[in-house]
Structure formats: C-alpha cells, structure tokens
Write a protein that binds this ligand. Structure first.
Ligand SMILES: [Ca+2]
Length: 270
C-alpha cells in the first residue's frame, strides 16, 4: 500500500504509541546523521507500526542520546550494526537492505508537509501553511526558555518541527506545533500561536480532554494559562500536564517566530 506523504503524516499521528510518531524524530535523525530519511525508517509502510530500529529508539525514550545508544545494535539482524547501516545509507530496519545492497528505501523521500486540514481549524482565515524543521535552539535561547518555564527542555523541543500560517495576503498569521505531554501515556495536541503572542487554539489529536476544557485556551495569553481549570473537576492531573505542554510549546514557538509572548521579555526570533 503506497500512501501520499500528507496521508501518511496524518495517519502517523494516530499510532497507538503516539510519542514515537511525530515528524520531530525524523528531524532529529536528520540533524544527527545529515541526510534525509522517510518515516519508514521507524514505521511499517502499511500498518505504520514501529519497526526494529524505531522500536529500539522508542524504548530509549526518543532522546538524542538514544541514537548513539542503539548504534552498536543490529536491530534487523542482518549482520551489520545500525551505525554501519546508517553510514552506508542502508535500512537498519530491513534485513534485505545492508551495506553494499541498499535497496530502495530512500527513494521518494519528500520534504515535510504541513498538516493543512488540522492547521485550518486553528487558523481558519489562512491562505497557506509552510512546514519548518528548526535548527537546534542555541544555548542562550534554551536558557531563557527554561528560566521562564521553570523546567528543562527535552531533545525533541530543541529540534522542533513547526508550521507557519499565512493570510491570503501572505501576511504572517501565526505558527503551530504538535505538543506532547510528558509521562507514560502522552497526549498530543496541535497548538496554534497567533503572531500577536495570543494562543490561537489547541486542537486535540490524541487525548481524553473535553471540548469545554480545550475551549479555555482559545485566544488567551501565556500569562492566562495560570487560570486554566480542570473540566471536569476530576481531570486535574490531565489538565496540569496539558497546560504544562502548552506553556512549553508556546515558548518554543515564540522563540522560533519572534512572537511577543512575554511582555517586556520577548524571546529572540530565530
Ligand atoms: Ca539492514
């Protein structure tokens, strides 16, 4: 079964293990090994389940260090270590692809696509969207974000894949990124941030959150996140995790796009 890249991307985010299915991990691989790959490095083409290399990466918490930790493994048991396969550009998840016989796994690698249908729900007035794969955030920006956040950024925060929304007159409307909560069962949302620094909205991708809870995020400022309430009341732990992920995601978007998130202390544009 062959899927168009946009259809594939849309499907990937509905995987049973959602944290392992976001385009940021592809961007991290490309930052580490300096060549473009497609989602099939970690996922089956038909079911999109994790394959050998993707499973090994996922089991080590999807961090940047995880790439090095699995370099000496031979995930697909074809006699070549993952690193020797990556260096030779053969597929570390396919035993029929190995150094000297690469196969066709890198054919048809395409640029990142913006999930336009989802983005349009956050920016209904947009004319078009662009996908961006950000270079690693520099140390000074990371320090400022962590200071404001009162917590540490994860590797996937440093290599964010994000999207820009433009009006029909090509004026910048805002930006968006997938935000993933911390913890064993991650929730996934698409967070939109208007160029003004206000939150455009929070679109549920995979999470138990109620619509009434999510509506609270629409149009508010970063400082207003303190006032988000658990709806229903017993959703307190979930509400906390989601609000924390939104805080983090909005700061990253502001740093990437220069949105004036914090009055008097704007994150520097990148
Ligand atoms: Ca192989």
């Amino acid at each position: 079964m062959k899927l168009a890249p946009t259809a594939l991307l849309a499907l990937l985010i509905f995987l049973p293990r959602p944290a392992a299915a976001l385009p940021v991990y592809k961007a991290m691989f490309e930052a580490k090994y300096k060549y473009p790959v497609n989602c099939m490095l970690c996922h089956r083409r038909d079911t999109l389940d994790l394959v050998a290399y993707g499973r090994a990466f996922h089991e080590r918490a999807n961090s940047f260090k995880a790439f090095e930790a699995i370099e000496d493994l031979d995930s697909d048991r074809d006699g070549a270590s993952n690193l020797s396969e990556i260096n030779a550009k053969s597929d570390p998840s396919d035993e029929t692809s190995f150094p000297g016989r690469l196969g066709r796994w890198l054919n048809g690698v395409s640029a990142l696509q913006a999930p336009s249908a989802q983005l349009r729900k956050l920016f209904p007035d947009a004319g078009h969207f662009e996908a961006q794969s950000g270079a690693k955030l520099d140390e000074e920006t990371v320090r400022r974000i962590e200071q404001t956040l009162g917590g540490s950024l994860r590797d996937e925060d440093l290599y964010s894949v994000y999207y820009l929304a433009f009006g029909k007159d090509n004026a910048a409307l805002g930006s968006a990124l997938y935000c993933v909560t911390q913890g064993q069962t991650p929730y996934i949302f698409l967070l939109g941030l208007r160029s003004s620094g206000r939150i455009a909205g929070l679109l549920r991708i995979k999470a138990p959150a109620k619509r009434k809870f999510l509506r609270q995020f629409h149009g508010i400022s970063w400082q207003d996140l303190d006032r988000i309430e658990a709806i229903p009341r017993h959703f307190q732990a979930g509400a906390r995790r989601i609000t924390e992920a939104v805080r983090r995601g909005a700061l990253i978007l502001a740093a990437r796009t220069g949105a004036p998130l914090l009055d008097g202390d704007p994150a520097e544009p990148r």
